[in-house]
Design a protein around this ligand. Sequence first.
Ligand code: PGA
Ligand code: ZN
Length: 417
Amino acid sequence: MSSIIEDLIARKIFNNRGEETIEVDVITTAGFGRAAAPAGKSRGKAEVVNYPTGGVEQAIKKIDDLIAPELAGLNADFQEEIDNTLHEIDGTTDFKNIGGNTAFAVSLANAEAAANSHGLLLFQFLGGNVANSLPYPLGNCISGGQHARGKAPDIQEYLALPHGAETFLEAQTANTLIHKKIGDSLKKKSTTFNGGKSDEGAWIANIDTVDAFEVIAKACEEVGNELDFECGFGLDVAASSLWKPKEEIYFYGNEDKKRDTAEQLEFMLELIDKYHLAYVEDPFHEDDFESFAELTRKAKNCLICGDDLFTTNTERLNNGIKINAGNAIIVKVNQIGTLTDAAETIETAQRNGYQPVVSHRSGDTCDWHIAHLAVAYRCPVIKTGVVEGARIAKLNELIRIEHFLGDRARMADLKIR
Ligand code: PGA
Ligand code: ZN
């Protein structure tokens, strides 16, 4: 079977926010692959540049004029060669010229085209016969911070993590029940609640930061009892968006409360202890590796995860590894550009005992590739919402993969420590 690239076709489509994004088709002599780029709202400073000046239209032109002619004739099976070529064409360290989202869409569409050329699903092509473990779904149930409009908790995401489930289908069932229960109790709790949801399909309600904990804790406990397995939960604080560098404080606007770094650390430890949090993402701003390390030392039975801190970047991850800052890392391929770069980051994480959490972005499409990446690279957790079209596309793909694997399927080895 031959996977020689014949052509690339790029087009403008829209994400779930109605923003323009890029979609790329890669056509080989024996197959076809398609991928579309997601978009972040609370982006890390160290992420690659999304698009060249001129946006999606300019990105399409770069593909037509530069990338397609260069890739035509190459073998799509050799992902690293394709991704290196994208770096060479761009010529910068942050994909300023062609755009990280352009690189992302070409890179993922290429991987899909290679898999398809061999008659394989993407997770099989990338992960081989040993890829049989399903990630636990980490699902956003209550939105706040930059993901909400109007009054809402200051913490960006309250996330269910049903880590006692024995199958992916059970785990996703738990998340849907937790999400629904939370909607019901928000209706009782807040007279202004009208069922509004964020881009990620999580509820938006005018409740305070601490009330939101009570609501999700209760829902997780009840669903855990109903289904008879442990349903934990956690947070994405997205603390860079609370951080005021001049005053050196975290400003919780909804609570009208300021916390300096020591108080923020105390607050996080209190929350972890009180609610038995299984997961805390970005508890400090994106350059505070030291506080991440301190929290990781002091917190028990909790994943301390870096998103804006690491931006899927091996170099930044290595900085964290040196001082044990965190024990988990968010992997968003478009933070770094190509699949090869992201795979290197995952491998570095795993070699050093960090748990990789493959993630959607708040602006996303029905592209389901991250479902396959989670299985192929044995990531123990996937963060991709609970409901909403772009999330369900990925979650349902994981249900299909689990079904396809049949008796061989098992849940990933998730270590919460
Ligand atoms: P995003 O952020 O809006 O940049 O996708 C989500 C997150 O912080 O995890
Ligand atoms: Zn985050």
